[in-house]
Design a protein around this ligand. Structure first.
Ligand SMILES: [Fe+2]
Length: 89
């Protein structure tokens, strides 16, 4: 995913299209983290690791909040500006 981000930066000119691509890439990372922490939280719950479960659920909530912020960022114009720029090109 880091390599993908580097490729976006190297291959897309700075502007709304690159921004939209980078937001999408950041959301891929968040979704990966959500899957990982969700799985670990489920395992901690099954094993009765209460302290670990608490921390994992807190981290999971943080990852979800970051994903939602990125979605709002994209919806608040980033993707629309990117679409307009692509149409104009
Ligand atoms: Fe994250």
């Amino acid at each position: 995913m880091v390599e993908e981000g580097k490729e976006i930066i190297e291959s897309i000119q700075a502007g709304p299209v690159r921004d939209a691509a980078l937001i999408g890439g950041a959301q891929k990372v968040e979704h990966y983290e959500i899957a990982a922490y969700g799985t670990l939280a489920a395992l901690a719950k099954q094993l009765g690791y209460k302290d670990a479960l608490k921390l994992l659920l807190e981290t999971l909530a943080e990852e979800k909040a970051t994903d939602e912020k990125l979605t709002r960022l994209a919806e608040q114009g980033g993707n629309q500006r990117a679409a307009r720029e692509q149409k104009a090109a």
